[in-house]
Design a protein around this ligand. Structure first.
Ligand code: SAH
Ligand code: SF4
Length: 394
């Protein structure tokens, strides 16, 4: 049915207010937004809450994409829905499978842009690494995504759509009446560690994560969602209040001088300001501890002194330090620290009383590891010279 076609059922006798230019995608709408569009399409207000609940369950609990399959809705109502709305996900362009079981999806969103999504199976959980932006406005000098200009923010639908399309691929929509427990799910955890800075796309990330956590839908615990930020200080408090998920921070250096070079947002909010925001996070969000991500760059940030400074800096913050061996990409101006160096660094942190896991790079053979993500069509790559200059290496 086109946008101007009349709607032929008694429910919808009022003129249709939407959509002007095609069908409205229901994926990514908050419950309130869903209610509003259903009412605008003619759903009587007093029925709206119930309809929202029904449709929500079909979409997010059962994985249904076809209004006709929503059998607890009257036939006429389903016709109305199909005439106004759609349930669509970003399109999977390619899917690569690593030797270690990691799956990397190249996903196309509207406008022809592409982002990458990575699924990492482990023994006791399956983690999905999702993207929040096409490219990134920030230019961390060790990050492949940082070499790509921001193209645009993803919508909430495109963010939650990444979760849904991987559930499709894993065949993980529950049988009717059976809701999987978190610990037995194939997709049990979400990390916002793909392309982009999630806190520069706050509202859409928040709405998408609210959908992921909604108990009548995908229903992931907020403790199974980790948002990683490079340190957008003003939004950290909001994350605690409005999302309440776990927080990871791309720390990567122990002096402002080095952090300015590695994570340039440090020039805006320095280490002291960042730490102050982090101190309040666990309390406000009611989450246990913050993950400090620390990429190990040979001779840049990997000395024993760095390790000692790090434990001094984070004193008093419930924390775990995730050491990430640098993942190389073509033209990168850094090298990975040696295994011995990483272990020595980890040891100092561990002895100071912090968990200091060394992240095993996953999916390296398909360029799916941290910081390697960059879509094939967006190769506006900066020259090595330019990157070196920004990193202060030339
Ligand atoms: N923009 C957010 C989330 C995406 S990056 C952030 O910066 O936190 C996810 C993690 O991978 C960050 O800690 C980032 O610093 C790290 N990372 C980026 N490039 C990397 C690389 N080449 N090797 C290892 N880790 C990298
Ligand atoms: Fe952007 Fe994060 Fe990469 Fe920095 S590390 S450029 S914030 S994606």
């Amino acid at each position: 049915m086109t946008a101007t076609a009349p709607i032929t059922q008694d429910l919808i006798t009022i003129p249709r207010k939407l959509p002007e230019d095609g069908l409205i995608n229901l994926v990514g709408l908050t419950r309130n937004q869903l209610r509003d569009v259903l009412i605008a399409a003619g759903t009587p207000e007093k029925q709206a809450k119930m309809r929202v609940g029904q449709i929500w369950q079909w979409i997010y609990q059962k994985g249904v994409r076809d209004f006709d399959a929503m059998t607890n809705l009257a036939k006429d109502y389903r016709v109305m829905l199909a005439g106004n709305f759609e349930i669509t996900l970003p399109e999977v362009v390619t899917r690569q499978l690593s030797e270690d079981g990691t799956r990397k999806y190249l996903v196309r969103i509207s406008g022809g842009h592409e982002v990458e999504v990575v699924y990492i199976p482990e023994e006791s959980r399956g983690t999905l690494c999702i993207s929040s932006q096409v490219g990134c406005t920030l230019t961390c000098s060790f990050c492949h995504t940082g070499t790509q200009k921001l193209v645009r923010n993803l919508t909430a639908g495109e963010i939650i759509g990444q979760v849904m399309l991987v559930r499709d691929d894993l065949g993980e929509w529950p049988e009717p009446g059976r809701n999987p427990k978190d610990e037995t799910r194939l997709l049990s955890n979400i990390v916002l560690m793909g392309m982009g800075e999630p806190l520069y796309n706050f509202e859409n990330v928040r709405d998408a994560m609210k959908i992921a956590m909604d108990p009548e839908g995908i229903s992931l615990s907020r403790r199974r969602i980790t948002l990683s930020t490079s340190g957008v200080v003003p939004e950290i408090f909001r994350t605690a209040e409005e999302i309440g998920c776990l927080l990871a921070v791309s720390f990567h250096a122990t002096t402002d001088e080095v952090r300015d070079r590695l994570v340039p947002i440090n020039k805006r909010w320095n280490i002291a300001e960042l730490l102050e925001a982090l101190r309040t996070y666990p309390e406000v969000s009611n989450s246990e501890r913050i993950t400090f991500e620390y990429v190990m760059l040979k001779d840049v940030n990997d000395s024993d002194d760095d390790a000692r400074r790090l434990v001094q800096l984070i004193k008093g913050i419930p924390a775990k330090i995730n050491l990430i061996p640098f993942n190389e990409w073509p033209g990168a101006p850094y090298q990975r620290s040696s295994n011995n160096r990483i272990r020595a660094f980890a040891d100092i942190i561990y002895k100071a009383g912090y968990a200091s896991p060394i992240r095993t790079p996953r999916g390296e053979d398909i360029m799916a590891a941290c910081g390697q993500l960059k879509s094939a069509t967006e190769r506006a790559r900066k020259s090595k010279k330019q990157i070196d200059a920004e990193a202060g290496l030339s």
